[in-house]
Ligand binder design. Structure first.
Ligand SMILES: *Cc1c(COP(=O)(O)O)cnc(C)c1O
Length: 651
C-alpha cells in the first residue's frame, strides 16, 4: 500500500515534536511553573513601568504610607480572605489539565495564549473599536486572516476578495453571525429591486433576487457601490436612503415579507447532529425552529443524498434556503460532514435558481485543518498526512477539509482545539466585502467615504460584530498563539497530530479491552471515529435488553462525572456520555450496533429508557495522554480502570 512509511524518521520527528510540546503548557504537574511565573512577573513589571513612564512628573496619587492605614489594612484583609476562599473553592474545579480528564472539549491552556492574555488584562483594551483598543483590534483582524489561511480562504488583504474574520465569545455567537450575514446577503438584492435601482443587473423578480448565491449577491453589492461612487453627493445620498429604507435590517422580518408577498420565509438546512446553538440562532434571527430543517444522517455524517432531496423539495415548493450548514467535527461524536458535497450542491442548485450559502460549523474540528496545510498555505496531499497515522484522514474526511476554501463562512473555537482560555470563538467569511452589509451604521455616516485600506476598514469592528464591548486580551491571546505556533502542520499541527494519535491508540486499546472482557461485557466502537472524539458502546454479557444496558452505562458514567460533593482525588478518570438515536446513526446501522452488542433490537423502542442507546464519549485532546517520558499510557490505564469498575458492578 502506498501509505507504507519508513518509521524511523517519523519516530525521530515525533520525539522532536514532544520536546516542543514540553514547552507549550503549564503541564499536568505544573512542570512549567517557573516559565509561566517568570513571564507573568516580567510583564507585570513591564506594565507598571509603562504606567510610571506615562507622565513621570505626576506625583503618586496613592501616598507611600497608605499601606499603614487601618482602613487600607482592613480592605486588604477582606480582599485576602475572599481571594483565599475563592482559591479554595476553585480546587473543586474540573481538572481539565490532567490526562485523566477525557470528558468534554477542554484541556490545558497554551502558555503563549495564557501569558498574552494575562499580560494584556491590566491594559484592559476593548475591541469594540480602535479608539478603545488601538493595538488589539488590529490583532483581532489579523487573527481573522490567520484563520482564513488555515481554511484555504484568501488571506492577502491586497486582494479584493480577501477573507475577513473576527472573534466572538464562542461558537454559538459565531454561528449566529453566520445566520445574520446569510440573511443580509439574501435580502439586500431585494432592497435594490424595491428601490428600483437601474442598470446594475438587479434580478427581474423577487424570487430570483432572493435566491442569488452569496458570491453573486456580493458582486451585485460591489456594482451598487461603484454606481454610487459615480454620482454627485446629493444623488448619492438620495439613492442610499431609498435603498436603506427597503432593507430587511430596516423593515424587520414581518414588514419585509409583507412587501414581498410572493416569498416565503427562508429555511436553514443543518444535520440532525448539529449543535443546539443553531436553534438558538434561528430564534435570535426572528425565525423559528420550524425553519431549521434537519438533514438526516447516514453513519453519523450528513447524508448528501438526503440533502439533495431536501433541496429539491425546497425548490419545488419555492422555499428559499438561507444556508446549508455542515459540521466539521460534531460536538457529540467528532464526525465530519461531507463539506465537498455541500459545496457541489450549492453550485448545482444556484444554477437552477436556488442560491444559498454553505456555512461550516467547525467550532470543534476547525484547528484540525492545520494538519492539512503546508507551511506555505498549500493543501497537503492525503498520503502525507496519513503517513503519521493509522487511518486519519479517511478519504471522506480529507475531501471535507480540502473543500473548506470553497465554503462561504466558517465558525471555529480557539477556546476548544485552539487550547486557549474562554471566551474565544471566531467567525470567518470567505469574502470580506460581504460584511459591509452587517454594519450598524454605514461607513460614510461617521467617516465620509468608506476607507479603501483593508485594515482601516475592518478596525471598526463594533459596526459588524454582534457584541459590543469585548475583550482585547482574548484577541491578543489568540494572535500571539498563532504567531508562536503558525497554523500549519509543522507548527500548530503538532497538537492535533498528538490528539489523533491518541484517538487511534484509544481505538486499538478499546479493541483489546473488548477481546479480554468478552465474557463479562460486550464492548465496541459504535462507528469509526473521524477525528479525536471516540465513543464506546457497552452491554453486560448475557443481557439482551436495551434499557438494562443503558442503566448499566449510566451507572458507569455517574462514576466518571464530576461530583463537587466528593474530593477530586477520589476520581480516577473523567469521561462523558452521549446517546445514539436512529435519526443520527440511521435505523439499519443502529440495529447493526445493537446486534454487535448482543442486544435485542426489539427491546429498542418508545419506552423511556429504551428509545436511545447510551454510550461513553471520550474527548482525546490532552497532549499528555501518552506519556513517553515515564512510559505510561493513560489510555491503557483508563481501560484498566473501566475493567475494574465493570467487574465490580457486575460481580
Ligand atoms: C462547541 C460547539 C458550538 C458552540 O460553541 P460555544 O463556544 O460553546 O458557544 C457550536 N458548534 C459545535 C459543533 C460545537 O462543538
Amino acid at each position: 500500500m502506498s501509505a507504507m512509511i519508513d518509521t524511523a524518521p517519523a519516530t525521530v520527528r515525533a520525539d522532536d515534536e514532544r520536546r516542543t510540546l514540553d514547552a507549550c503548557f503549564l503541564g499536568p504537574y505544573g512542570e512549567n511553573d517557573t516559565l509561566l511565573e517568570k513571564l507573568v512577573v516580567e510583564f507585570l513589571r513591564d506594565h507598571v513601568y509603562w504606567r510610571r513612564n506615562f507622565h513621570p512628573e505626576d506625583p503618586p496619587a496613592i501616598p507611600t504610607h497608605a499601606a499603614s492605614h487601618r482602613d487600607y489594612q482592613a480592605f486588604e484583609a477582606r480582599m485576602r480572605r475572599e481571594l483565599h476562599a475563592l482559591s479554595a473553592a476553585l480546587k473543586k474545579s474540573v481538572p481539565f489539565h490532567s490526562p485523566r480528564y477525557i470528558g468534554h472539549m477542554a484541556s490545558d491552556l497554551l502558555l503563549p495564549g495564557l501569558a498574552a492574555q494575562m499580560l494584556t488584562l491590566p491594559y484592559n483594551p476593548n475591541n469594540v473599536s480602535e479608539d478603545a483598543a488601538p493595538v488589539t483590534v488590529e490583532l483581532e483582524v489579523r487573527v481573522g486572516l490567520q484563520l482564513a489561511r488555515m481554511f484555504g480562504y484568501c488571506d492577502d488583504p491586497a486582494r479584493e476578495h480577501c477573507a475577513f474574520g473576527h472573534l466572538t465569545s464562542g461558537g454559538t455567537v459565531a454561528n449566529y453571525q453566520a445566520l445574520r450575514l446569510a440573511l443580509a446577503l439574501k435580502a439586500f438584492p431585494l432592497a435594490l429591486r424595491a428601490a428600483r435601482v437601474p442598470d446594475i443587473g438587479v434580478p427581474e423578480d423577487d424570487w430570483a433576487a432572493f435566491n442569488l448565491a452569496p458570491s453573486a449577491s456580493i458582486a451585485l453589492h460591489e456594482r451598487w457601490q461603484a454606481r454610487l461612487a459615480g454620482l454627485d453627493a446629493d444623488a448619492r445620498r438620495d439613492w442610499r436612503a431609498r435603498v436603506e429604507a427597503e432593507r430587511i435590517e430596516q423593515l424587520g422580518l414581518a414588514e419585509f415579507f409583507r412587501r414581498h408577498p410572493d416569498l416565503r420565509e427562508p429555511v436553514v438546512l443543518a444535520p440532525v447532529t448539529a449543535h443546539y446553538s443553531w436553534s438558538k440562532g434561528m430564534k435570535l434571527l426572528g425565525l423559528g425552529r420550524a425553519q431549521l430543517l434537519r438533514v438526516s444522517e447516514a453513519g453519523m455524517r450528513m447524508d448528501a443524498d438526503a440533502l439533495e432531496a431536501l433541496l429539491q423539495r425546497c425548490l419545488d415548493e419555492r422555499r428559499p434556503v438561507l444556508a446549508c450548514v455542515g459540521v466539521l467535527g460534531t460536538t457529540e461524536y467528532g464526525t465530519v460532514d461531507p463539506i465537498d458535497r455541500l459545496v457541489q450542491a450549492r453550485e448545482r442548485f444556484a444554477a437552477r435558481g436556488l442560491g444559498f450559502g454553505v456555512h461550516v460549523d467547525a467550532a470543534w474540528g476547525g484547528y484540525l485543518a492545520t494538519l492539512f496545510r503546508e507551511r506555505d498555505g498549500r493543501l497537503r496531499p492525503r498520503l502525507d498526512i496519513l503517513a503519521d497515522h493509522a487511518h486519519f484522514p479517511q478519504p471522506h474526511v480529507y475531501d471535507a477539509f480540502a473543500a473548506l476554501g470553497n465554503t462561504d463562512s466558517i465558525t471555529v473555537d480557539p477556546h476548544k482545539l485552539g487550547y486557549l482560555p474562554y471566551g474565544a470563538g471566531a467567525f470567518v467569511c470567505r469574502d470580506h466585502r460581504a460584511v459591509a452589509l452587517l454594519a450598524e451604521q454605514a461607513d460614510y455616516v461617521f467617516h465620509g467615504e468608506a476607507p479603501k485600506d483593508y485594515f482601516a476598514r475592518h478596525r471598526r469592528l463594533g459596526q459588524v460584530i454582534p457584541e459590543g464591548s469585548k475583550s482585547g486580551a482574548a484577541a491578543a491571546a489568540v494572535y500571539v498563539t498563532h504567531r508562536v505556533l503558525p497554523l500549519d502542520h509543522e507548527h500548530f499541527g503538532a497538537l492535533p497530530r498528538q490528539t489523533i494519535r491518541a484517538a487511534e491508540a484509544f481505538a486499538d486499546a478499546a479493541a483489546r479491552f473488548a477481546a479480554r472482557m468478552a465474557d463479562v461485557v460486550h464492548a465496541c466502537l459504535p462507528f469509526a471515529p473521524d477525528s479525536n472524539l471516540v465513543c464506546l458502546a457497552l452491554n453486560p454479557a448475557g443481557n439482551r435488553d436495551v434499557a438494562v444496558a443503558n442503566a448499566f452505562v449510566q451507572r458507569l458514567q455517574d462514576e466518571l462525572r464530576c461530583d463537587p460533593r466528593q474530593p477530586l482525588q477520589t476520581k480516577q478518570f473523567f469521561g462523558s456520555s452521549t446517546t445514539l438515536r436512529p435519526e443520527s446513526v440511521g435505523a439499519d446501522e443502529l440495529a447493526a450496533i445493537l446486534g454487535r452488542l448482543g442486544l435485542d433490537a426489539a427491546s429498542f423502542g418508545p419506552a423511556a429508557d429504551a428509545d436511545r442507546l447510551v454510550i461513553l464519549r471520550h474527548t482525546l485532546m490532552n497532549p499528555y495522554l501518552i506519556d513517553t517520558e515515564n512510559g505510561i499510557s493513560y489510555i491503557d490505564r483508563y481501560f484498566e480502570h473501566l475493567e475494574t469498575r465493570i467487574r465490580a458492578l457486575l460481580g
